[in-house]
Design a protein around this ligand. Structure first.
Ligand code: FAD
Length: 343
């Protein structure tokens, strides 16, 4: 397993529970690497409701999804976790020395004593355009996210979708691209009303175009995507020539590769052996937060925090087999003050 990073703990998922897992491991002097398939930390809180208020975090009367995430990041700062973002964990295998090989979609490798799966509802993946054969252009002329906006300059663009990503990018490209056509299946938009109003004004000024309909087919010339066929609510199919097709249909969570690691799964959730350690049927692999299930499970952030604390104590004997682990209070323990850097 060449080039692998050797570590005591790998956390899969940087949602609120994965982040708090760093804290609970840190108090026991266990350093962690955190991997997430998204480009940013925060899981559902940041991906699905960054500006919505949460009212049931103990002692925090109200905070938004983004604020909760920012505070968790601040709280785990003393433990200096290493983040590996924008990469999905694709492989987990037991080694002969009883540790695990972990590999990501970008080829990052780890050899670890313990694994904490805090993968929520699974890894978020872009919902794809369901048109036979169009996947051949994925990454060249068909894009589900924008990594480098400059590749779209001067091009004829078709942007599909009616949410904030579709509208924000369509508006962003007006003036930079040769042409921008927005395709959305309904008159109704999920995006911010101000963006919708701006889009309509640009259409009235002939700076972009809106077509109500769905992409139902395409044509290619010399191996290149040359036009899409858009079928409107009126049943009429229009041909729209293009250089690039951008699709923003939102993200859908997939359990994905986790289903192949030999773990007990019940209705897309990982079963834990008990609620003492939140360990799965594979010794050394723990499951915390929304991804796990046990009698009485509630998919709440506060439950995930509790699970992370007990999982850390459950994992400590794999990392320090000869050490007796005592629970200590952060208020009064000089040792924890040292660990937290608050001496
Ligand atoms: P998630 O937040 O789902 O994070 C999991 C992370 O794991 C994701 O970022 C994902 O990309 C990553 N991941 C998954 N698989 C892989 C893989 N193979 N490789 C790499 N990364 C992977 N809860 C409350 O307690 N109070 C509330 O008020 C509340 N309001 C909510 C409102 C809405 C609209 C929603 C949708 C949820 C709400 N929740 C609330 C639920 C709460 O958001 C979840 O319980 C919480 O996010 C679970 O945290 P988690 O860390 O377990 O998982």
């Amino acid at each position: 397993f060449s080039g692998a990073i050797e570590t005591d703990a790998v956390i899969i998922g940087a949602g609120p529970v994965g982040l708090f897992q760093v804290f609970e491991l840190g108090l026991l002097e266990i350093k962690a690497h955190v991997i997430d398939s998204l480009g940013a930390v925060g899981g559902q809180c940041v991906e699905l409701y960054p500006d919505k208020p949460i009212y049931d975090i103990p002692a925090v009367p109200v905070c938004t999804g983004q604020e909760l995430t920012d505070n968790l990041l601040k709280q785990i700062e003393p433990f200096e976790p290493t983040f590996h973002l924008g990469q999905e964990v694709t492989g987990v295998q037991r080694r002969e020395d009883n540790r695990f090989n972990v590999e990501t979609s970008s080829g990052t490798r780890f050899i670890t004593k313990t694994i904490f799966i805090a993968a929520g509802v699974g890894s978020f993946q872009a919902r794809t355009l369901k048109v036979d054969g169009i996947e051949a252009f994925d990454g060249s002329q068909l894009h589900y996210r924008v990594k480098d906006p400059s590749i779209f300059d001067g091009k004829n663009l078709v942007v599909c979708g009616g949410g904030d990503s579709a509208l924000d990018w369509a508006l962003n490209f007006v003036g930079k691209a040769e042409s921008v056509v927005l395709v959305h299946r309904r008159d109704d938009f999920r995006a911010a009303p101000a963006s919708v109003a701006k889009m309509k004004a640009l259409c009235d000024a002939y700076e972009m175009q809106l077509i109500t309909g769905q992409v139902t087919g395409f044509d290619a010339k010399d191996g290149k995507l040359s036009e899409v066929k858009v079928t409107g609510a009126d049943g009429v199919t229009r041909r729209v020539p293009l250089d690039m097709l951008l699709v923003f249909f939102g993200l859908s969570p997939k359990l994905g590769p986790i289903a192949e690691w030999g773990l007990d799964i019940e209705r897309r959730q990982l079963k834990v052996v008990d609620t003492e350690k939140f360990e799965t049927n594979v010794p050394g692999i723990f499951a915390v937060g929304d991804i796990n299930t046990y009698p009485g499970k509630k998919k709440l952030i506060l439950s995930g925090f509790h699970e992370a604390a007990l999982a850390a104590f459950g994992a400590a004997p794999y990392i320090f087999p000869d050490k007796k682990i005592h629970m200590q209070y952060t208020t009064t323990s000089p040792k924890l003050h040292k660990i937290l850097g608050v001496e």
